[in-house]
Design a protein around this ligand. Structure first.
Ligand code: ISE
Length: 374
């Protein structure tokens, strides 16, 4: 997209797979944005991405945040760098979109909530892109419109086709299950208060000592139950499904995701998205566009610091549950009453063009009409 002098000038910190993906989107598909600075621990990677998007390289991420040609920051660096980098954005008073995790421990994540609250402005958005996915938005709408009655149970399935060795049981909680933590909070509009992890027989594809798959069971503040099957070495494809069971009906998303249906030779079938970048491609773009639009007004539009903090707290309880086998309670600090630190729990304000229609399938099951959403 050609740059204009009113574009939001963005520094992208960390240009591994996700950072490079976002830098490309910001410089090609997103309106009103320009990547001006790229920073990465690996100088050659930074130079490569900077050249692709027409940005300059700044080796020091904190200098990048404070640069004159930077209005906002996208953080896709390793999690342990997030606390210092998000803090530096708050010190400078500029909007930041931080990929999960907000930080790597509960105390520092709450520190970000408090720092933002002291500033009195919402500047921190966390990259929970599922909230921008047409199917999840439709599911949320079914709940808020009361079509399912009181939601009683949420069943999630999260399957990745393959994962590297460093995807231990703990890493699976922090890196993968974190999405169900956020989406359960988004759908049910309440906090998770306990986590239990059930380990079964592990796939032969998992390294010794890694429990893959696992069944994670969350309890919520009002006593609802959320289950999540996490299985990251299926050898199949990328499969994310969520079913909400209410008093008056149930609805499931993720069944026909991006499916190109083939009907040939008397057979029916299709292909499943291979990974999360393909599955959530539209959600990533919408997330970025809304963040850019909001950042130009000096604010955010999506899950905020509190959501990032709550996710860290639940995942750290989940890691303890993996280690101890116990049901671990989640105790959160005080939530800011209004303003900073408090994001709209119903998520981003979806414009009419992004609201998917709901269609009745022949089986009477409601499903989002993705065609209408695209
Ligand atoms: C990855 O980091 C993601 O964020 C994906 O959305 C998730 O599906 C995958 O399991 C994670 O490893």
């Amino acid at each position: 997209m050609p740059a204009t002098n009113t574009d939001l000038r963005i520094a992208v910190l960390g240009v591994g797979a996700m950072g490079a993906f976002h830098a490309d989107a910001l410089s090609s598909r997103i309106r009103g944005a320009q990547v001006t600075v790229v920073s990465d621990f690996f100088a050659d990677k930074a130079a490569e991405v900077a050249a692709q998007v027409g940005a300059r390289v700044e080796s020091d991420p904190i200098a990048a945040i404070n640069a004159d040609d930077v209005d906002a920051v996208l953080i896709a660096s390793p999690g342990k760098a997030h606390d210092e980098q998000v803090s530096a954005c708050l010190d400078r008073g500029i909007p930041v979109l931080c990929e999960k995790p907000l930080t790597t421990d509960v105390e520092s994540a709450y520190g970000i909530v408090q720092k933002e609250q002291a500033l009195g402005r919402q500047l921190v958005q966390v990259g929970f892109m599922r909230r921008f996915d047409a199917e999840y938005v439709a599911l949320k709408k079914l709940i808020t419109d009361g079509e399912l009655g009181n939601p009683l149970l949420v069943h999630c399935t999260h399957r990745n086709p393959a994962a590297p060795e460093h995807f231990t049981s703990e890493f699976m909680i922090r890196d993968s299950v974190v999405h169900e933590v956020d989406i359960a909070r988004f759908l049910l509009d309440e906090e998770i208060t306990s986590v239990q992890v059930i380990k079964g027989v592990a796939t032969g594809a998992a390294p010794a000592g890694t429990n893959d798959p696992m069944l994670v069971v969350f309890g919520t503040a009002s006593g609802r139950v959320v289950t999540d099957e996490i299985y990251v070495r299926t050898g199949v494809a990328y499969e994310v499904r969520t079913e909400v069971v209410g008093e008056r009906g149930s609805a499931m998303i993720g069944l026909d995701q991006n499916l190109v249906v083939k009907r040939t030779d008397g057979r029916w079938g299709g292909s499943i998205t291979p990974g999360f970048v393909e599955r959530f491609a539209a959600a990533y773009d919408l997330e970025l566009q809304r963040w850019v639009d909001a950042a130009r007004r000096g604010t955010i539009d999506g899950p905020g610091a509190w959501d990032g903090y709550a996710a860290v707290a639940v995942c750290e309880a989940g890691v303890e549950a993996v280690r101890t086998g116990e049901t671990v309670p989640v105790v959160l600090g005080e939530r800011p009453a209004t303003g900073a630190g408090r994001s709209d729990a119903s998520g981003p304000d979806q414009g009419a063009s992004t609201q998917p229609g709901i269609v009745e399938s022949s089986a009477g099951i409601t499903a989002p009409d993705l065609e209408a959403a695209r």
